[in-house]
Design a binder for this molecule. Structure first.
Ligand code: FE2
Length: 191
């Protein structure tokens, strides 16, 4: 029989996030406080329910773990099957991302004078335990993919709002910009 997930770790992290996000609104300061706490959460891999780490053969999954009732943050698991990737997209809110299992590639983009996204620098590889962040005012357009072609990868994301309901943008292969509201793959785990 499988050991049940250690939800105490997740509950503690959510409590910490709630305290931080209800006292501070400046993105850079929030990120500075959240990063070490996410790193501490990622030091253990015994707390995520298997249903929230389940890949789908068709596309990457975005499971809501928790949405702050005040709307100040959301916590999401991204699950990447082999070869899966996001479209090029933005966020409109700050974000902190950490790798729980496997690895992913994060390719930053910048808009050229015509508003077409162009790769900006080399893709960044996130390995287990790595944590990165972004702020919209510093450029938050990117494309993320599973770095592994033979295994599932899982990353944990904290966003400065209800990311599944946030109106943002994606760019098609031809550079056309489209409105984008991502939604979630499943409902929240913590009630
Ligand atoms: Fe993203």
């Amino acid at each position: 029989m499988e050991t049940p997930p250690n939800l105490n770790r997740l509950h503690q992290f959510v409590c910490e996030l709630t305290g931080i996000c209800h006292q501070e609104t400046r993105g850079q300061r929030l990120i500075h406080q959240i990063k070490p706490r996410l790193q501490a959460l990622l030091a253990h891999d015994d707390w995520l329910s298997p249903t929230l780490a389940r890949p789908d053969p068709q596309r990457y999954q975005q499971y809501l773990l928790y949405a702050d009732p005040m709307g100040s943050f959301s916590l999401v698991s991204f699950v990447w099957g082999p070869g899966q990737r996001t479209p090029v997209h933005d966020h409109q809110v700050w974000g902190v991302i950490g790798m729980l299992r496997g690895a992913e590639l994060n390719q930053p983009y910048r808009l050229d004078n015509n508003g077409t996204p162009r790769p900006h620098g080399a893709p960044q590889r996130l390995n287990r335990g790595d944590v990165v962040s972004f702020l919209p005012e510093q450029g938050d357009i990117h494309q993320v993919s599973n770095a592994l072609d033979n295994a599932t990868s899982v990353s944990i994301h904290v966003y400065g709002g209800d990311i599944g309901a946030t109106e943002r943008h994606l760019w098609l292969e031809d550079g056309t910009r489209q409105p984008f509201v991502s939604g979630y793959s499943a409902q929240q785990e913590i009630h």
